[in-house]
Design a protein around this ligand. Structure first.
Ligand code: SF4
Ligand code: SF4
Length: 68
């Protein structure tokens, strides 16, 4: 099973990863603010992740890591 990790403090809340995920399991947090004052991306259904790494390749701030 794939494991995707988001480094919330690197995230600038641009939302790009949420648009490219084929499983639509990434969203910007509605409750959490990171140290930079942005709502970071979060994974809402880790079990559905297919490990495609589209999110990691798209993130301009290299905030996402995908392990297979
Ligand atoms: S690895 Fe693929 S399926 Fe998993 S969260 Fe990233 S874009 Fe979505
Ligand atoms: S693409 Fe990167 S910086 Fe943008 S919301 Fe996703 S994790 Fe955050």
């Amino acid at each position: 099973m794939a494991k995707t990790t988001i480094n919330a403090d690197r995230c600038k809340g641009c939302g790009l990863c949420t648009t490219v995920c084929p499983k639509k399991i990434l969203q910007l947090s509605k409750t959490v603010l990171n140290a930079k004052g942005y709502n970071p991306a979060e994974i809402i259904d880790m079990d559905s992740c297919i490990g495609c790494a589209m999110c990691a390749k798209t993130c301009p701030d290299c905030a996402i890591t995908v392990e297979k």
